[in-house]
Design a binder for this molecule. Structure first.
Ligand SMILES: *[C@@H]1O[C@H](CO)[C@@H](O)[C@H](O)[C@H]1NC(C)=O
Ligand SMILES: *[C@@H]1O[C@H](CO)[C@@H](O)[C@H](O)[C@H]1NC(C)=O
Length: 257
């Protein structure tokens, strides 16, 4: 059998499995409280619904058969930032803690455009990773390879989801999210790199101080990478959560009690 046949067979099996799951599972995770599209304060209703989900988002286990990526810890993909021979930063095994302790500061829902626009604040995040870097600039000249620890206080994150309705063959409509935009505005952050300059304590201290004084040199590159990763996950989670339900089930026109 050629590999393309194997691929076709696999996709048929996957389609069958998703159809079976779609028919036998509950349509929405039971932990989700739906809001009527005619609710006069639908924004407040959606915020309450998200906040009730918050403890479950930490583990990602929303309901039997509904698992989404956990926020505690949140695991990022490895990445490398390189600008010529004098600037190379490699980050592996990046994880963040306490991101699930967020609060929603503002929320706007546009029912015609199906946009969901959240501004959340995150009081404190702890990040751990393995780093490898070589940076030689006028303001700093550092190199090292080891563990990274960081804390970031009082960050704001704007997360906007763009929904769209799809017509199903049975006359119902499903909402899917085509796009998610995430903007991170980091608050006050402290970075600590262990083993800078092969663990030389004096140079290590100087290097860490310089890094903390020149954080923008790193954050300007790193934040967009994290935003992109976060947008993808956020879109996936949102689609996983609602993708099996029709829009009448997610935003019913009748009041919800
Ligand atoms: C913060 O993270 C630690 C693990 O690093 C965890 O034990 C603690 O419960 C978290 N607290 C909150 C409020 O999320
Ligand atoms: C969790 O959030 C509360 C209030 O929003 C804050 O007071 C507390 O310090 C936070 N804890 C952590 C570990 O981020």
């Amino acid at each position: 059998m050629t590999s393309s046949n194997v691929y076709k067979d696999c996709s048929k099996v996957l389609l069958l499995i998703s159809l079976i799951i779609g028919f036998t599972n509950a349509i929405l995770p039971k932990s989700i409280e739906v809001c009527s599209r005619n609710d006069e304060d639908i924004e407040k209703c959606i915020v309450n619904s998200v906040m009730k989900l918050q403890p479950l988002l930490a583990s990602g286990k929303l309901d039997d058969g509904y698992e989404v990526p956990a926020i505690e810890p949140f695991r990022y993909d490895d990445f490398i930032i390189e600008h010529g021979p004098n600037f190379r930063v490699e980050i592996r095994n990046l994880e963040s803690y306490n991101g699930s302790n967020f609060s929603i500061e503002k929320f706007k829902f546009n029912i015609d455009k199906l946009t969901f626009d959240f501004i959340i604040s995150v009081p404190k995040i702890r990040l751990t990773a393995k780093y490898k870097l070589k940076v030689k600039l006028t303001v700093l000249d550092i190199a090292g390879n080891g563990d990274m620890e960081s804390t970031v206080k009082n960050s704001k994150v704007r997360m906007k989801l763009y929904g769209k309705l799809i017509d199903n063959s049975d006359g119902t409509k499903t909402m899917i999210f085509e796009k998610a935009n995430v903007r991170i505005i980091p608050g006050e952050s402290k970075i600590f790199l262990k083993n800078l300059f092969n663990g030389d304590p004096t140079l290590g201290k100087v290097g860490n101080d310089l890094i903390n004084e020149n954080q923008d040199l790193f954050l300007n590159d790193i934040v967009p990478v994290l935003e992109k990763q976060f947008s993808e996950i956020f879109k996936k989670v949102a689609n996983d959560v609602i993708g099996r339900a029709t829009v009448d089930e997610i935003l019913p026109d009748k009041p919800v009690n």
